[in-house]
Structure formats: structure tokens, C-alpha cells
Design a protein. Sequence first.
Length: 203
Amino acid sequence: MNPKVLFLTSKSINGDNQVDSAVISLYPFGDIDQDFLERVKTNCYRDLPGSFPQLEVEDGALDIPEQGYVEQRRQYRASAFLTRLEEKSPESIHAIGLVDEDLFTPKLNFVFGVAQPERNAVVALSRLKPQFYGKPRNTNVFELRVVKEILHELGHIFRLRHCDNHCVMRFSNKLSQTDLKPAEYCETCYTDLQAITQNDLER
């Protein structure tokens, strides 16, 4: 198996060599197209408040947690990626791994993403691709779904809960639900996210 992963880590080194959350960096794992990274970064940042950490694409690669692969299911345990992120990121750093494979959790047969509030998250790309369902490749549709899931998990990392409004934080356990929700936060969630990130910057 050679899954492809992105690693987004919230980091910035100030003059005192202390880590804060001024930047969220995108790191490719495996063979990830650089243009794809730039498009994802740009499209995610369009709906983030000004108080949110900047997004940056950086070079670098991390190993895939092959011990998380379950041969019988042909899937990876999402927890294996969360563990890897926890190992690679200090407590003051947030991280998101994007995995070009199918993930599952003990309670769900598959997941589009899983987040640990105030820590890390992982997003699975496999089921976001039209070709996973036997449909023609559609880059625009795929990348829009990826952006929605990243924004959703970023919201959870910064303590937002699921939302019943027409909002990217609306829960979706089917792809049709992901397609129906917008790639943006509702007014309530946007305001909450802005307040949370502004407060984090001022601490």
C-alpha cells in the first residue's frame, strides 16, 4: 500500500523559539500534486475568518502508519493516523492528515474525517472521489468535497460542534449530504470560530 497523505500542522516559531498557532502548514505525504495543495489551501482559506491562522504549503513527508492497515477490511484505522499526528506534533500544535485511502473507526464502517477537539484530525480522500463509485473523474467535485471536509474538521479542532443550519459544520455520513452542504460556515459558526481563534491568538 502506498497511500497519499497531506499533513497540516498549525505552527509558527516566534523570536523566542516558542511555538504558537499563527500558521497552518500543508505537508504532502507520498506523491501529492503541488497544484492540488495550492488549490486546497486557497479554497479553504476563503471562508476562514481573519483571526484564523494562515495556511501555507511546505515541503516534507511523514511515514504512513502501516500498522493501522487492516487487510481483511482493506481499510486503515483512523486512530492510527491520529496517533501518528499526536507523535509528530507538540501539544501546542494542531494537525490534519489527509489520507488517500479508506478509513474506519470502531463505531463507523467508514469515515470522511475524524477530529480530536483542540488537537488533531484526519480526512480520508478515497470516498470523496467520484471514481470510487464508478463515476468519471471530476477534479472540481472532488476538490470541493475535500475543502468541505477540511473546513469541517478544522471547525471541530477549534471546538465547533455539528450544526443544523446550512453550514459546513452540518454532520454528513453520506456523500450526498456532503454535496448538499456549503463549503462555508453559517453566520453563527463563523462568528464562534472568529471569537475562538481571536482569543487563542491573544493568549
